[in-house]
Design a protein around this ligand. Structure first.
Ligand SMILES: [Fe+2]
Length: 250
């Protein structure tokens, strides 16, 4: 029997604000409830906050989260999304896996029992040439990649047309021509759950803890206000199982 050796929890698009709510959503309560149902019930080897941690990049939102998670045993990676402030994140969080490939960007790499984990910062809504080169060079058969913005479109018209990564076309073209490598991405930003593939690119979209966006509409519409998150269980042979779960909070 293949046994899961490592468990990763991906939490994304928490959109914490200076106030207790963001656009009327109880984002702090929702996130606390997700913690109660996940980290406080089972052990995770790694927790990845994959961007848009804060809605406006405020210091207090990061400080609340740092305090809330300070006694958790898991390793934690703090990624920047387009709503975050990299400067304020640097002031508040411990960043032990930071890779120095681009000044003022929070890119990370760590090895989790043979699994090579890369995390790419798209705070400025693009991947630089340095980041793209590093991504390609660093990807091997046992790599999974976290990035806030998907580097391909996701059949979700409102987000694809209005909020995509600025240089996604170049990245998609570059990666898809490297036929001896497989790129496995875990993203946030779209506030929805999905799996999309294009040639050697596989991409999992992870739902937000705040609300989900209707993937079928060409305009912004909230699909539901469930709080979502993703679990990734990696097996000895480096295959993995992944699924999302949701919490209904009134
Ligand atoms: Fe975002």
């Amino acid at each position: 029997m293949v046994v899961a050796t490592k468990k990763i929890l991906q939490i994304t698009d928490t959109h914490l604000d200076e106030k207790s709510t963001t656009h009327g959503h109880n984002v702090y309560d929702k996130l606390a409830m997700v913690f109660e149902q996940t980290i406080e019930k089972k052990d995770f080897d790694l927790i990845i906050f994959s961007g848009d941690i804060s809605d406006k990049g405020s210091l207090n939102s990061y400080e609340w989260l740092a305090k809330k998670t300070e006694n958790y045993n898991s390793k934690i990676i703090w990624m920047a999304g387009n709503h975050d402030s990299v400067d304020n994140m640097k002031q508040v969080f411990n960043l032990p896996f930071l890779v120095d490939i681009e000044e003022n960007k929070l890119n990370y790499q760590l090895n989790l029992s043979g699994i090579n984990i890369l995390c790419l910062d798209t705070n400025d809504k693009l991947l630089s040439d340095n980041q793209i080169d590093w991504l390609i060079e660093s990807t091997d058969d046992n790599t999974i990649i976290f990035i806030h913005h998907p580097p391909i479109t996701c059949a979700s018209p409102f987000m694809d047309d209005n909020h995509s990564l600025a240089n996604w076309k170049i990245i998609k073209e570059k990666l898809s021509t490297i036929s001896n490598k497989t790129f496995r991405f875990f993203c946030g930003h779209y506030h929805q759950e999905s799996y999309i593939s294009y040639q050697n690119i596989h991409l999992f979209l992870t739902p937000s803890t705040m609300f989900q966006i209707d993937r079928h509409k060409p305009h912004f519409q909230i699909a539901n206000t469930l709080s979502g998150y993703r679990i990734i269980e990696i097996f000895e042979d480096k295959s993995f199982k992944t699924y999302c779960d949701y919490i209904f909070i009134t």
